[in-house]
Design a protein around this ligand. Sequence first.
Ligand SMILES: OC[C@@H]1[C@@H](O)[C@H](O)[C@@H](O)c2[nH]c(CCc3ccccc3)c[n+]21
Length: 448
Amino acid sequence: MSKSYVFPEGFVWGAATAAYQIEGSPLADGAGPSIWQRFAHTPGRMLNDDNGDIACDHYNRFRDDIAIMKSLGLQSYRFSISWSRVLPEGKGRVNQKGLDFYERLVDTLLENDIAPVATLFHWDLPAALDDRGGWLNPDVADWFGEYSEVMFKRLDGRIKRWATLNEPWVVTDGGYLHGALAPGHRNRFEAPIASHHLLRAHGKSVQAYRAIGQHDIGIVVNIEPKYAASDSAEDQAARDRAEAYMNRQYLDPVFFGKYPEQMRDIFGEAWPEWPQADMDLISQPIDFIGVNYYTRNVTRHDESSWPLKASPVRQPQHTYTETGWEVYPQGLTDTLTWVKQRYGNPQVFITENGAAFFDPPKAERGRVRDPLRVSYLRQHLRAVHDAIDAGCNIGGYFVWSLLDNLEWSLGYSKRFGIVHVDYQTQTRTPKDSARYYAGIVASHGARL
Ligand SMILES: OC[C@@H]1[C@@H](O)[C@H](O)[C@@H](O)c2[nH]c(CCc3ccccc3)c[n+]21
């Protein structure tokens, strides 16, 4: 007898996007540049010299995109707010037209019975703040608190679920340690400082919310479960370091008020000591966490890898996506039960889960067949249900992504959308996976 995959009453079905990846018009209506607008116009940083000047033109087409969400039966939509649209210099003067865009977006979502979930920071730091040191300047926490307050005052109540940061790990590892993402630094001493200031900024935003907000606030982290490649002590230690570095470096401070002990092993002299007052600010209570899950990592000790001394071991028995990620749905169940067990079963939303497989640049007679993505979604939604059966407190699921969009420095080469975008005509075409997902939503999982 196969089990029923009907999800609990109130489980929320949604899709996710981010501002710089879909909006286009980055400087319209008084918006200031972000570090991603600057990075994307820096020769050599972006595949095919792609940039977000147009992207999915969502800034102009958001009503059509909301109509698509409605047609799919989505109950919620996770998007991010471009800080420099609202505060062109990152602080001080508010650009009302920038705020107006997000107000129109939110009101149109509500008119269509779609609950907005807003991420305040999804990597696009105002360039004016980067000129002042960005995440390396301790004042950035106050700047983020000020921006948060502007947004809470204008939209709290219509937005009932706020996320402060999207994936501080990626911001630090990509933007300050390895340099593949904006602002493109490669500095072992900067990375821990950026991480800490990101978490302090999270804390200032939560503090601001507790003073004026009436609903829920949390943080979104990417979790990639680590599995030792062998029983050897060095592979186990490598796994522990990798788990501390990616999966615990942010959640341990938020939930326990302290960093994993492995951080000093990893960064050595580059790992500072921080005051307890900072850890108290970082670890004030939140209402939920967003978990972004894509893949797992089978980890071995690797003396040559920097700074982790750990490397992934490829798993040829499994399918890999266009971004080189192993399809491993059990890793999502393992991630959710790990969060439950380690952090006391907090409310979790899967705020991103999805895959890039090859999709054609144009639809064929109004159709885009994406069987691998349909299979990916089925397997991972079943994995979520298994975690709920194991007692995990899961509030909902947001597929990444609603639309094909700008995959950061990989440009438009990777398509994660359940809705296809023809970048030459801006035509949207729901893929087979969108129809599949709509059926899951309509049956609340019964058709899984
Ligand atoms: O790469 C797909 C998406 C991005 O388009 C989103 O903006 C971003 O939030 C996002 N994060 C991740 C996970 C990052 C990650 C994957 C695997 C290993 C380490 C980190 C995947 N994605």
